[in-house]
Design a binder for this molecule. Structure first.
Ligand code: SAM
Length: 291
């Protein structure tokens, strides 16, 4: 069991005090909007159902606000922070907690196995984060494609991204991100968070999304999975075009005109169907036909 210290950072005064003491300002280029309302990290932790043997990966701990809440309940927390100036801050704010590993680096440049450590417990591996919004999609894709044995990801994202994650075929928000997240996970929006809960206030609304990862057996074999995502990326690369034209005009000509037309017909889709009308199951069938 980790340290039992009480989290104390989730307020405007505590956040400003620590930033001033270290002579730091929040950095826009790193998407730094720190949580200053204690209800929110508490609810994030609740949604993630952190148990005492669980191993948590946190992306972007900032000054350690959410990390303190996670460390109170989890067996082990690995926190990856890009901003070198925040490392001494984290060493101070997390010093009362056990089972914490602070890694300085860019999450997108790390090897997934670097996030696993010897000190980890027997429990599940969960990602919990208030994500830096400028790289939300690449970070989500990195996590989903990482092959880490994750059981869930519970992350704060821009409200608009939460809408895209949960979108259904035919809606304006539906696209490659919706399909990828829904293929790998069962996503559920658990909380909407107003700008007033952050310092500084972001210009957008935020939402916490809980994504339960599907088992490997529920997914396609690796080669079919890569083909599926090649088809999805091609279908949405030119959103306003018909599916046929989007697949045909794809750079690097993945399929011949005949293969595309035959596969669309074999699935029973109209010739002028657009990618945005197809469900995940439709894309799986189409990708099987394209072979
Ligand atoms: N977890 C803190 C909280 O909730 O108050 C801070 C969240 S803040 C929205 C995002 C954090 O991600 C910042 O601390 C930022 O420096 C960090 N960050 C930005 N880009 C990153 C990257 N590529 N890899 C790791 N951390 C990153």
């Amino acid at each position: 069991m980790s340290g039992t210290a009480e989290p104390y950072l989730a307020s405007p005064s505590a956040t400003l005090e620590i930033l001033q003491r270290y002579g730091l300002h929040t950095q826009k280029k790193y998407g730094q909007n720190f949580l200053i309302d204690a209800h929110i990290p508490e609810k994030i932790r609740e949604a993630a159902q952190i148990g005492e043997s669980d191993n948590v990966i946190e992306i972007g701990p900032g000054i350690g606000t959410l990390t303190q809440f996670l460390a109170q309940k989890a067996g082990h927390v690995t926190a990856v922070e890009i901003d070198t100036h925040l490392i001494p801050v984290l060493e101070e704010t997390l010093s009362e907690y056990e089972g914490i590993r602070i890694l300085q680096g860019d999450i997108l440049k790390l090897k997934p196995e670097e996030l696993l450590s010897d000190g980890q417990g027997e429990g599940e591996l969960k990602v919990v984060a208030n994500l830096p919004y400028y790289i939300t999609t690449p970070v989500l894709m990195w996590l989903l494609e990482s092959d880490l044995p994750l059981s869930s990801c519970t992350v704060m994202v821009q409200k608009e991204v939460a809408d895209r994650i949960q979108a259904s075929p035919g809606s304006r928000d539906y696209g490659a991100l919706s399909l990828a997240v829904q293929y790998y996970t069962e996503p559920r929006e658990v909380l909407q968070v107003p700008p007033s809960c952050f310092l500084p206030k972001p210009n957008v609304g935020s939402s916490v999304v809980h994504m339960k990862l599907r088992n490997r057996e529920e997914r396609l074999p690796r080669e079919e999975e890569s083909r599926l995502f090649r088809v999805i990326r091609a279908a949405f690369s030119q959103r306003r075009k018909t599916l046929y034209n989007a697949l045909r005009n794809r750079e690097g000509a993945l399929w011949t005109k005949e293969e595309i037309a035959r596969s669309i017909a074999a699935c029973g889709f109209r010739e002028d169907v657009r990618g945005e009308a197809l469900s995940l199951e439709d894309f799986i069938r189409l990708s099987g036909e394209l072979g």
